[in-house]
Design a protein around this ligand. Structure first.
Ligand SMILES: Cc1cc2nc3c(=O)[nH]c(=O)nc-3n(C[C@H](O)[C@H](O)[C@H](O)COP(=O)(O)OP(=O)(O)OC[C@H]3O[C@@H](n4cnc5c(N)ncnc54)[C@H](O)[C@@H]3O)c2cc1C
Ligand SMILES: NC(=O)c1ccc[n+]([C@@H]2O[C@H](COP(=O)([O-])OP(=O)(O)OC[C@H]3O[C@@H](n4cnc5c(N)ncnc54)[C@H](O)[C@@H]3O)[C@@H](O)[C@H]2O)c1
Length: 475
């Protein structure tokens, strides 16, 4: 084992959260090392956000075009699956990270390739793929940003069935003939939308009563309707009990509760995420392995004044944009503590990621898109707030009708009746993903409804739904 190399900050895991910590600590003049065991850019760049959206964009563009009179006739044919997959490969850099490494070099940080583990207080041990060992020591902070991996439930027969996880679903080089998808949340519905459009016969098996369980119920309903219209089978309230695959090339079968059997060529388990914390040396600093890492409101681990956790691994919000936001804020926290300057940790202050709990946005790239920020009606009611849900059928908006013939969509805003501000907003419909940021500004800014009345949406955009929602609220 070599002598320890000292840095101001050592970052464990080079996904979007880890990279953004490096960016911020380098901008503050702190020497920084980044340890990455696979590819700098993380899950998001190679097996999640980027490849999934590259697969989905042609599907959604075609669906949009098919709703435009005069254009619809020209886009009735199948997608060019090979071209879509090649474009997806391009967006992942063919699963190479040289571009990210060049960027890290350009900002003067150091990358250590290999598996990193905490090695007692303020130290990280790295084992390179070639078996070399390095000890890195941190003057100010170690930041854990090791993200998550897919969870595969321990069903009878599952190991021999070689199921897909999100990694195979985003990196497959051909469309399976029949794709069974277990799960009804975000990965399930996005991958169902993509692969059904790319030529697979998709069956979604969700055990809950609807799809997209963390959004307003109408989101899952509209997405399920559209998946069915696209030819997919969507079944809710079903539970998979066992899985069987014969040989190395045979079909895969799932056995549902009650004994019904379904057959596919591939099986995607879209059943959630677990933290990558089993083997990162947490035990060397008295923390439990294999769990989400608890943090305070500066993303610091309680009881360890040098240890932080950002991104998926702290379980505050499993989204790239939110991990990057935490990283920007935690980078500023580390820089301020290193310089001995005071922190502003009041809600919405510079040194606390308040939006994680108060204005968390998410866009789901299905057809129709579903996008939401803040609280759903049910969440606000559970929190004991005095609220009113204001709903609007988006087909009544001129801009929506012009955007797509027969536009189907729905909007809801959840109003805090005591403060007359918005707690949450949901849009479901074509183009909804690009609408949600205005709602994020309104929720994060706690813009009074009275002032929103003066935020005039341009005519004839889909954003005129804002005017309709406000008119409905004011009666
Ligand atoms: C299919 C799919 C689609 C998604 N789409 C979106 C989307 O559209 N928008 C969105 O906001 N979010 C999306 N997400 C979620 C998003 O991918 C995650 O929130 C994001 O990747 C988390 O970033 P992170 O930096 O915390 O972790 P990760 O991206 O998981 O990166 C962690 C990094 O740490 C490295 N690492 C782990 N352990 C070690 C170790 N011991 N030593 C060294 N390195 C280590 C890993 O190799 C990895 O590179 C999607 C997720 C999935 C599965
Ligand atoms: N566009 C986006 O923002 C985007 C896209 C994809 C993923 N993500 C994020 O990635 C994370 C992971 O998404 P996900 O969909 O994999 O996980 P999830 O945690 O959102 O959903 C997992 C689903 O699997 C179901 N499930 C779990 N075990 C099961 C079992 N044994 N049988 C049947 N169903 C089972 C759960 O009920 C749940 O609905 C999420 O936090 C999501 O927000 C975001």
């Amino acid at each position: 084992m070599s002598e320890a190399v000292e840095y101001d900050v050592v970052v464990l895991g080079g996904g979007p959260a880890g990279e953004n910590i490096v960016d911020r600590t380098r901008a503050a003049g702190l020497s920084t090392a980044l340890v990455e065991s696979e590819l700098v850019g993380g899950e998001c760049s190679y097996w999640a956000c980027i490849p999934s959206k590259a697969l989905l964009r042609p599907a959604l563009a075609r669906a949009d075009a098919r709703r435009v009179p005069g254009l619809a006739g020209a886009v009735q044919g199948p997608l060019d699956t090979a071209a879509v997959l090649a474009h997806r490969n391009y967006w992942t850099g063919d699963w190479k990270d040289q571009g990210q490494i060049d960027w890290i070099d350009s900002i003067g940080a150091h990358v250590y390739r290999g598996h990193g583990r905490l090695y007692g207080v303020r130290k990280v041990a790295v084992t390179s793929p070639e078996g070399e060992h390095h000890i890195l020591s941190a003057r100010h902070a170690v930041v854990v940003a090791t993200g998550t991996r897919a969870v595969i439930p321990d069903l009878p027969g599952i190991a021999g069935a070689r199921p897909w996880t999100s990694r195979e679903a985003t990196s497959a080089q051909e469309a399976p003939g029949r794709l069974l998808i277990v799960g009804g949340s975000v990965v399930a519905v996005e991958m169902a939308t993509a692969w059904q459009a790319l030529g697979s016969q998709v069956t979604v098996l969700a055990r809950g009563s609807g799809l997209l369980p963390r959004m307003e119920p109408f989101a899952g309903e509209l997405v399920a309707d559209a998946l069915r219209e696209a030819g997919a089978v969507v079944r809710t309230g079903v539970s998979v009990e066992a899985v069987v695959r014969d040989g190395s090339t045979g079909p895969v079968r799932v056995v549902l509760e009650g004994g019904e059997m379904l057959e596919g060529d591939e099986l995607l388990m879209a059943t959630g995420r677990a933290p990558r914390t089993e083997d990162i040396g947490l035990d060397t600093v008295g923390l439990p392995a294999g769990r989400w890492i608890d943090v305070d409101d500066t993303c610091r681990v309680p009881g360890h004044d040098w240890l932080y956790a950002v991104g998926d691994v702290n379980h505050r919000a499993l989204l790239t944009h939110q991990g990057k936001y935490q990283a920007r804020i935690t980078g500023a926290v580390i820089a301020a503590r290193a310089a001995g300057t005071p922190l502003d940790t009041a809600p919405w202050g510079a040194h606390t990621p308040t939006a994680d709990t108060r204005a968390l946005p998410q866009a789901v790239f299905t057809d129709p898109e579903a996008a939401a920020v803040g609280l759903t009606l049910a969440e606000a009611e559970r929190a004991g707030l005095r609220v009113r849900a204001v709903d609007y059928d988006m087909s009544g908006v001129s801009g929506a009708g012009l955007y797509a013939d027969g536009y189907k969509g729905r909007a809801r805003m959840v109003v805090d009746l005591d403060r007359e501000v918005l707690l949450g907003v949901t849009f479901v419909g074509p183009g909804a993903a690009e609408l949600i940021h205005a709602a994020t500004v309104a929720v994060a800014g706690e813009v009074p409804i009275q002032r929103l009345w003066h935020a005039v949406p341009s005519f004839p955009t889909i954003s005129e739904v804002w005017l309709r929602l406000l008119e409905t609220y004011r009666g």
